[in-house]
Design a protein around this ligand. Structure first.
Ligand SMILES: Nc1nc2c(ncn2[C@@H]2O[C@H](COP(=O)(O)OP(=O)(O)O)[C@@H](O)[C@H]2O)c(=O)[nH]1
Ligand SMILES: [Mg+2]
Length: 449
């Protein structure tokens, strides 16, 4: 996809669609100030075109003699502006018809209605922010959870970019050691000069890649499937975690037939909890369809919580389930702790067991903590998170190339390191980036961003 023109004047409504207290129209490009002069009458009579950057004026917006609104004009002068060009922002009352009229007037006075991400694209090309920061901006505005918001904010401040830069320096060091050997082949690559930076780079790449899943989960919500036999207490546990009666609870086994998805916010992770039909062999066709669906949901979930009735002795079916559902991302819960516990983790053959009670809430915090730890995994220790699939793909390529270069013969190590450096450069966009990459990144943005 080719990039849009970069030197003309663009305009867009920058605030969210709908009615609000304030609405903003942004304009960037050579005509920005003349458009401001055509539409804005400063209360103090200042001359807009000769105005210094970083100023604001209060006044009236008038289009062809017709008053539009009272408002504020912000002026940023090139090159010290978010796009590197002259930029104005018109702040008016946030009415959709008013903002449409204002944008229409800007277009009549020479602007082009901007497409998604064009302002940030210009900012990137002017060196105001790098690609990792730009993607973090997008992640920040689309963050739906506090966890996603927090890590995107770190990326906007350059946290991710600094780590990528440090990685590039490490690999460049290793690359230099490899090149030295091409000049003096009889000496061979000096192990210490190469091994240490490569090891360190691999460790750092793994740490960053470990954030990808947590980041995806924070953006989309990690799927947590509650599974177990009928009457184990799955629906009661879901309600207890939520703090309100969302799922039907009954003494009659087989009550939950279809599944139920509910968002569940923990401190640092946002989850989608899924209550499922109790797993059992049944002749009821509808219930059986629910049971098959529950198994599929457990397969596709990020975390599986197996609920086993803690107040009833275990039987063969419990052991069969324990075997079926064992896995790295499975948490074992014994329910109904208030009724007493008649078996323990060893009896079921599981590594750890959390005891919970729905009516008195005991064990719920420990379960929340365990869920959070399982979803975040190794990412918990890392502040700067990857925020896009694109970044993840680039780092995977870099990791593979670094791993290859470790075992490659001396004269080929350099090629792998070049590949790795190239992949890293894609993340921040410092290095060559193709128009396709830029189109892909910025087309995900909102208009006006
Ligand atoms: N005392 C006690 N009863 C519970 C607890 N959890 C569930 N129950 C009861 O066990 C029965 C089945 O619960 P439900 O949540 O519907 O189980 P599900 O079939 O696994 O969804 C209901 O009668 C619940 O009231 C608990 O923690 N303590
Ligand atoms: Mg149920």
């Amino acid at each position: 996809m080719p990039l849009p023109p970069l030197d003309d004047t663009i305009a867009a409504i920058a605030t969210a669609p709908g009615t609000g207290a304030i609405g903003v129209v942004r304009v960037s490009g050579p005509e920005a100030l003349s458009i401001a002069r055509a539409l804005f009458r400063p209360a103090g009579g200042d001359d807009i075109v000769s105005l210094a950057g970083g100023r604001f004026l209060v006044g009236y917006l008038v289009d062809e003699g017709q008053p539009l609104d009272q408002g504020v004009l912000l002026v940023f002068r090139a090159p010290a502006s978010p796009t590197g060009q002259d930029v104005i922002e018109l702040q008016v009352h946030g009415g959709p018809a008013l903002l449409d009229a204002l944008l229409g007037a800007c277009v009549r006075y020479g602007a082009r209605a901007a497409g998604p991400g064009e302002f940030t694209l210009r900012g990137f090309l002017a060196g105001k922010l790098d690609l990792a920061q730009a993607e973090s901006v997008q992640a920040l505005v689309s963050a739906r959870s506090q966890a996603a918001r927090r890590h995107a904010g770190i990326g906007v401040a350059g946290g991710l970019s600094r780590r990528i830069d440090a990685l590039q320096r490490q690999l460049t060091e290793a690359y230099a050691a490899v090149l030295a050997v091409l000049d003096y082949p009889e000496e061979g690559v000096e192990e210490a000069a190469l091994a240490a930076p490569l090891e360190a780079a691999l460790g750092e790449l793994d740490a960053l890649l470990a954030t990808a899943r947590a980041s995806r989960a924070a953006r989309l919500g990690a799927k947590v499937a509650l599974v177990g036999r009928p009457n184990a207490g799955k629906s009661s546990l879901l309600n207890a975690l939520l703090g309100f009666e969302r799922a039907l609870v009954s003494e009659t086994p087989g009550t939950t037939r279809d599944y139920l998805e509910v968002p569940l916010e923990l401190g640092r992770a946002s989850l989608v909890a899924i209550d499922t039909a109790g797993l059992r062999a049944t002749s009821d066709e509808i219930e059986d369809a629910g049971v098959r669906r529950a198994r599929a949901l457990a397969q596709g979930a990020d975390v599986v919580v197996v609920v086993v009735d803690g107040a009833r002795p275990l039987d063969d079916e419990d052991h069969a389930l324990a075997e079926e559902l064992a896995g790295e991302r499975t948490l074992w819960v014994a329910s109904k702790a208030d009724l007493g516990q008649v078996w323990d983790a060893g009896d079921l053959g599981v590594p750890a067991l959390l005891r919970v009670s729905a009516p008195d809430g005991s064990g719920l915090q420990a379960l929340r903590d365990a869920l959070e730890a399982t979803v975040l995994g190794d990412a918990a220790a890392t502040e700067a998170w990857l925020v896009s699939e694109r970044q993840e793909a680039a780092l995977r390529e870099a990791r593979e190339a670094v791993a290859r270069s470790r075992s490659a013969p001396d004269d080929l190590k350099g090629l792998d390191l070049e590949t790795a450096l190239h992949s890293l450069a894609l993340v921040t966009g410092r290095g060559e980036v193709t128009e396709d990459t830029l189109s892909e990144v910025f087309s995900r943005f909102c208009v006006g961003k």
